[in-house]
Ligand binder design. Structure first.
Ligand SMILES: [Fe+2]
Length: 309
C-alpha cells in the first residue's frame, strides 16, 4: 500500500466525521475530545460479537512469550473487572475493526501527526456488581506506563460497545490536566494502576492540581453508541462503580504518532523503564525495541502532506 491510499480511503461522509479546527483546539486545551459517530451500529455490534467469541476462547494467534506486565483476564479470575491486552493482535475480528482508518484519521488530527499506529488495545469488561473494588479505576495518566516511549503526543480512544453513561461507570477526565506540570512522581507511577495504592493516587491528583493552581474538574464522558472519547497521554482519568445492572464493555485503543520510538528512561534502580512490547517486537537497526513493528503496532493512518485533505 502506498501512503496516498490512506487519503483515498476516506469517503466524503467520513471526512465530515473528522474533528473540526475548533475541536482540535478544544482537545489541545482540555486534553479530551468526544468524537462523532465513528463506528456504525453494525460495526459496534460486530465488535461485541467478536468479543463474545474472544471470551469463548477464540484466538487467531497467541503472543510467543508472556510479557512481564501483561493484563490477561481468564475465566478462573472470576467476576472482577476484566482487562485483556493485545486483542488487536490475537483476534482478527477485533483487529480488523480497530484498524479502521477513520479512527486513525481522527487521532492524527487531534495529535497533529502525519501517521498513527496502534500502540496497544485493551479489552475491558466491568461487571455489573456495585461494590466490586476492581471496578474502580483510580486517577492516573497513561504516559506513566509509557515512559519508554519518546512521544508526548500519544493518545487513547475509549470505545464502548453501547451507550455509556455515568451509571455504567464510564471514563471520567480531569479537564485540562494534560497541561499540568508534574510533581511527586517516582518510580511507582510506572506500575499499572491495579498494582498501586489507591489513596496515593488520589493524593497525587490533589497535589498536582494544587501545584498548578488548578481545580480538579471531573468530566464524565457520556458516550453514545458508535462514538468514542479520546484523551491525551497526560490527561488524568479514572472510572467508578457500575451500578447499571448491565456489564460495561469497551476497548481502550492506545495510539502512537509516527515519530514515537523506544527511548532509554532510567529508573532509580538503574534499570530502564520497559513496556510489554520490549520482549515481543523486532529490533531497530541500532538495537532498540521497534515500536513500529507492524506485527504488533500496525499503521492505521498515514497522511501524505502533498495530498491535502
Ligand atoms: Fe488509563
Amino acid at each position: 500500500m502506498t501512503t496516498t491510499d490512506f487519503d483515498l480511503h476516506l469517503t466524503d461522509e467520513e471526512k465530515s466525521l473528522l474533528p473540526s479546527d475548533e475541536d482540535v483546539a478544544f482537545y489541545a486545551e482540555h486534553g479530551w475530545y468526544l468524537s462523532k459517530k465513528l463506528f456504525t451500529d453494525d460495526e459496534v455490534d460486530a465488535l461485541a460479537a467478536a468479543t463474545d467469541r474472544y471470551y469463548a476462547g477464540e484466538r487467531h494467534r497467541r503472543l510467543p512469550v508472556r510479557p512481564p506486565k501483561l493484563a490477561y483476564w481468564e475465566p478462573a479470575k472470576g467476576a472482577v473487572q476484566r482487562h485483556n491486552d493485545y486483542v488487536h493482535h490475537e483476534h482478527d475480528g477485533l483487529g480488523a475493526l480497530l484498524r479502521k482508518r477513520l479512527i486513525g484519521a481522527v487521532a492524527a488530527r487531534l495529535a497533529q501527526a502525519d501517521e498513527i499506529r496502534i500502540f496497544q488495545s485493551t479489552l475491558i469488561f466491568k461487571p455489573p456488581i456495585d461494590g466490586e473494588p476492581s471496578n474502580i479505576v483510580p486517577w492516573h495518566f497513561d504516559k506513566h506506563y509509557w515512559a519508554s516511549s519518546s512521544s508526548e503526543r500519544m493518545l487513547t480512544a475509549f470505545i464502548p460497545f453501547h451507550d455509556c453513561g455515568e451509571e455504567l461507570g464510564t471514563i471520567v477526565m480531569v479537564d485540562g490536566s494534560h497541561r499540568w506540570a508534574e510533581v511527586g512522581a517516582d518510580d511507582t507511577v510506572v506500575r499499572h494502576f491495579a498494582d498501586r495504592d489507591r489513596n496515593q493516587l488520589d493524593d497525587m491528583l490533589a497535589r498536582n492540581a494544587g501545584h498548578n493552581n488548578a481545580e480538579v474538574r471531573k468530566i464524565p464522558m457520556v458516550i453514545p453508541k458508535g462514538h468514542m472519547s479520546f484523551h491525551h497521554c497526560r490527561t488524568y482519568h479514572g472510572s467508578g462503580a457500575n451500578v447499571s445492572g448491565r456489564p460495561r464493555q469497551a476497548i481502550s485503543l492506545h495510539l502512537q504518532d509516527g515519530d514515537n520510538s523506544w527511548r532509554a528512561y532510567p529508573l532509580s534502580t538503574g534499570e530502564n523503564a520497559a513496556y510489554n512490547h520490549d520482549v515481543l517486537v523486532r529490533r531497530t537497526d541500532d538495537g532498540r525495541p521497534d515500536y513500529a513493528d507492524p506485527e504488533y503496532c500496525p499503521v492505521i493512518w498515514r497522511h501524505h502532506a502533498k495530498q491535502g485533505g
